[in-house]
Write a protein that binds this ligand. Structure first.
Ligand SMILES: Cc1cc2nc3c(=O)[nH]c(=O)nc-3n(C[C@H](O)[C@H](O)[C@H](O)COP(=O)(O)OP(=O)(O)OC[C@H]3O[C@@H](n4cnc5c(N)ncnc54)[C@H](O)[C@@H]3O)c2cc1C
Ligand SMILES: NC(=O)c1ccc[n+]([C@@H]2O[C@H](COP(=O)([O-])OP(=O)(O)OC[C@H]3O[C@@H](n4cnc5c(N)ncnc54)[C@H](O)[C@@H]3O)[C@@H](O)[C@H]2O)c1
Length: 468
């Protein structure tokens, strides 16, 4: 049993853990980074990167099909799409990622980490002492819904997001359970790759956290690609179809049945804390690790336990987790040097954006992009909604359909949130994020003249609609 000492021990080498460790090292500390699976985490091999690699060809094809004069684009070549995806994920090989970790001056450690005491982590028998801090970045894992028969289903028939992002076989018929972000993106991708897709959801439309016009547009887009959308439909039971040979799943809903080849469960995720030793520090295993705005875990004395990313239950997105990681790394480095932690909102040590300006893009066709508030939440807030119908959008695609909603603080004349839906709007989002974070007065935004003819000209229409 070896004993090793570092200033910081980071558990979990996903995008968040890597950034926390790198930032601590840049601040002059030593850091060990432990992972029990692949360096690069969920995002690199089973989530953001492969899912976007699967979606982009289909969305590009839709762009082509909306444009007279460039042919119909043919169809997708699934083998080529899978090969490009596998190039992005290096076929699951994380050696390049480990090399980057080493080049950043971080010590990579492979193994399962558990907290075994104050400032102490044990990895497969070896004890790591963290002089300054332990930072937990263990991410999240799939949450299985309680559907009758799901647990008994043979593994090869049941897909999670890991199968949906890594499969190189196109199922003939695919049922998707859950109309959230994973459900809609993967329904879109696999329909484009050739599957007959059936998308089941509890609510009236997909993407329940978004304005209704966004969910409706995504549902229409999916239907347009042949997806059968089942709103307000509870799947009551699933079972293997007997004698189906290669395997098929029977889905029972509302008194009818449907047979498919695979079922993808996309009903959410839970924090990866069940086997982390949280009980040793008086926390509940399996729950999220609530943190303050400096990333310090609440309910643990002496400020040595920090967390960032999906495990905290804050915004479960790669970019927001990396933002939290940069802050935690800087906070821990400052504390080690005896420097004061700057507790002011919007300071280098405070994750203020988590409360006001979390951006997210759903890469369906149409895309949905939002930051900050999506609904007016009280007095002094006004929702301004309009179609995206400017010269730039008309030139972008024939029959371009898009819409936006802005939430404005009418007392301060600043933007609190923005939601866009439409083809090719993802890159519009950062302008909105800057306006929200910078609290740029709308009368000043009036002078930010959008170039003609771009889709961004909708900003001018928005300000006119607001009354400028
Ligand atoms: C299908 C899908 C698509 C997504 N697409 C996007 C997207 O387009 N954009 C976006 O912003 N977000 C997206 N997300 C969300 C994104 O993947 C997560 O927010 C992100 O991966 C969180 O990073 P993390 O570092 O906190 O956790 P993870 O990436 O999950 O990494 C955690 C790491 O910790 C390791 N670990 C866990 N427990 C231990 C332990 N006890 N000991 C050692 N190691 C441990 C794991 O092996 C893993 O490597 C997507 C998610 C899914 C499922
Ligand atoms: N582009 C992106 O930014 C992106 C892409 C994919 C995932 N992610 C992130 O990953 C996380 C996980 O995504 P997700 O889609 O798994 O979770 P989610 O929480 O976004 O969606 C899950 C959906 O499943 C529904 N649901 C739950 N139980 C159900 C049941 N029994 N039957 C039918 N529907 C049921 C929920 O109502 C919800 O709408 C999210 O936080 C998301 O932000 C982000």
């Amino acid at each position: 049993m070896a004993q090793r000492g570092y200033d910081v021990v980071v558990i979990g080498a996903g995008p968040v853990g890597e950034n926390a460790a790198a930032r601590a090292v840049a601040g002059g500390l030593t850091a060990a980074l432990v992972d029990h699976e692949r360096f690069g985490g969920e995002c690199s091999y089973w989530a953001c990167i492969p899912s976007k690699a699967l979606l982009r060809p289909g969305n590009l094809l839709s762009d082509v099909q909306r444009m007279p004069g460039v042919g119909d684009g043919g169809g997708l070549d699934p083998a080529a799409v899978f090969a490009r995806r596998d190039a992005f994920t290096h076929g699951g090989d994380d050696e390049g990622q480990v090399e980057w970790v080493q080049s950043a001056g971080i010590e990579p450690v492979r193994g399962h980490a558990r907290i075994t005491g104050e400032r102490e982590v044990t990895v497969d028998g070896d004890v790591f002492h963290a002089r300054q801090a332990v930072i937990v970045c263990t991410g999240s894992v799939v949450r299985m819904p309680s559907v009758d028969g799901l647990e008994e289903l043979p593994g090869e028939l049941l897909w999670t997001s890991r199968d949906a992002t890594t499969s190189s076989t196109v199922p003939g018929r695919l049922a998707v359970l859950g109309g959230g972000v994973v459900g809609t993106e993967m329904a879109q991708a696999w329909a484009r790759l050739g599957s007959e897709v059936h998308l089941f959801m509890k609510g009236a439309r997909p993407l329940p956290g978004y304005p209704a016009f966004a969910g409706d547009a995504v549902a229409d887009g999916l239907r347009c690609r042949g997806v059968r959308v089942y709103p307000e439909t509870a799947v009551e039971r699933v079972s293997e179809v007997e004698g189906s040979g290669s395997g098929a799943v029977r889905i029972t809903h509302g008194g009818t049945t449907l047979d498919v080849d695979r079922i993808l469960v996309a009903t959410g995720r839970r924090p990866a804390t069940s086997d982390l030793g949280l009980d040793v520090v008086g926390l509940e295993p399996g729950g999220s690790l609530p943190v303050d705005d400096h990333g310090c875990v609440s309910g643990v004395d002496a400020r040595w336990l920090y967390a960032a990313g999906d495990v905290t239950g804050r915004a479960p997105l790669t970019h927001q987790g990396k933002y939290a990681a940069r802050i935690v790394g800087d906070v821990v480095a400052a504390a080690a040097l005896g420097d004061a932690v700057n507790a002011s909102p919007w300071s280098e040590h405070t994750a203020t954006a988590d409360h006001h300006a979390v951006p997210q893009v759903v890469f369906t066709d149409p895309e949905v992009a939002s930051v900050g508030l999506r609904e007016a939440a009280g007095p002094g807030q006004r929702a301004v909604e309009l179609d995206i119908a400017v010269a730039g959008s008309a030139l972008q695609a024939d029959d371009y359909q898009g819409r936006l909603r802005a939430i404005v603080d009418t007392r301060r004349d600043v933007l609190l949130g923005m939601t866009f839906v439409g083809p090719d709007i993802a890159e519009l989002l950062h302008a909105a994020t800057i306006a929200v974070v910078g609290e740029v007065p709308l009368h000043r935004l009036w002078h930010a003249v959008p170039a003609f003819p771009t889709i961004s000209e909708v900003w001018l229409r928005l300000l006119e609609e607001y009354g400028l």
